[in-house]
Design a protein around this ligand. Structure first.
Ligand SMILES: NC(=O)c1ccc[n+]([C@@H]2O[C@H](COP(=O)([O-])OP(=O)(O)OC[C@H]3O[C@@H](n4cnc5c(N)ncnc54)[C@H](O)[C@@H]3O)[C@@H](O)[C@H]2O)c1
Length: 290
């Protein structure tokens, strides 16, 4: 387990006030890292995350920044570095809007692109320069989405931004490899966070319908994405670069939920018991299904 230990390293996590960003920051602190947390100025919940890190006894700095102001990101990265070298950058902050393709305004398109893509590029550019100059074994981890790989209606800008970050991840991985910096992405599926809080839809009905499409049968909690993060952030993942870890409960593995239309189980694999060794293929007791 020593290979997952992050003692003495510093991680910058964007969008750290809530949701996945908060879970990532806490997991990194639990593994021993010090943290620099950022989110939109005036986001009170950023202090809540900071308090959780402090309670773990790790150093934490809070530096609010509107990441959509891409012209400010060099200066922001330099202020982060003033607190010490950054070893791990987690580009987590993201925004989404549920809008039909033909109704997306230039304002909405560029808002999503600036936060989800442009900020990832410009922040990574400056932080990578620092990592190389500080000769740290840097780790850049971009939080994309299953929507980087398969489209979802009503999210043209979001899907495009995440797919772009996916290829950006590969490109940076190749360009930064000579500097000992790895670059990877995590593509979550459906996670319980406030991200779709402003979507004009019935959240509960949508979740109930979506659950049917998820082989594991449920949304993830943010903490369930932290294992992938700790692997990519630590020495345990030193040979991983230019790749992605999909954390989606199996959604992308299944093009159609066919099992719902199949006949009941005949085999020893039932949904009702784990004592499969005591059953046979012909046993009536195993002919159960949901
Ligand atoms: N929740 C999901 O189901 C899901 C699925 C796949 C991918 N993701 C991705 O995970 C990441 C985190 O999402 P989440 O679900 O925790 O969302 P969230 O909305 O709960 O958190 C996102 C954070 O980013 C911050 N942020 C937004 N715009 C910003 C800006 N201009 N400058 C600085 N900070 C800004 C927000 O204030 C917020 O704290 C996002 O990139 C999202 O696209 C989420």
């Amino acid at each position: 387990m020593d290979r997952f230990d992050l003692t003495g390293r510093t991680a910058l996590v964007t969008g750290a006030a809530r949701g996945l960003g908060r879970a990532f920051a806490i997991a990194l602190a639990e593994a021993g890292a010090g943290l620099v947390l950022t989110d939109l100025p005036g986001t009170a919940d950023l202090e809540v995350t900071a308090a959780r890190i402090e309670a773990l006894g790790r150093p934490v700095h809070v530096l609010p920044q509107d990441l959509s102001r891409t012209g400010e990101l060099r200066g922001f990265a330099d202020r982060v570095r003033a607190a010490g070298p950054v070893h791990i950058l987690v580009n987590n902050a993201g925004v989404a809007a549920l809008e039909r393709f033909n109704e997306i305004t230039p304002e909405s398109w560029y808002r999503v692109m600036r936060v989800n893509l442009d900020a990832v590029f410009f922040l990574s550019q400056r932080i990578a320069e620092h990592m190389a100059a500080d000769r740290v074994a840097g780790r850049i981890i971009n939080i994309t989405s299953k929507n980087a790989l398969v489209a979802e209606a009503g999210l043209a800008h979001y899907n495009a931004s995440k797919a772009a970050v996916d290829l950006l991840t590969q490109t940076l991985a190749v360009e930064l490899a000579p500097h000992g910096i790895t670059v990877n992405s995590i593509a979550p599926g459906m996670v319980h966070t406030p991200i779709d809080g402003e979507f004009p839809f019935d959240r509960e009905a949508f979740e109930a319908a979506y659950r049917e499409r998820i082989p594991l049968g449920r949304y993830a909690d943010p903490e369930e994405c932290t294992g992938a993060l700790l692997l990519l952030a630590s020495d345990a993942g030193a040979y991983l670069t230019g790749t992605r870890i999909v954390v989606d409960g199996g959604v992308l593995a299944d093009q159609m939920p066919r099992t719902r239309f199949m006949p009941p189980y005949r085999s020893t694999l039932t949904t009702e018991t784990t004592e499969t060794t005591e059953t046979t293929e012909t046993s009536e007791t195993t002919e159960t299904t949901e």
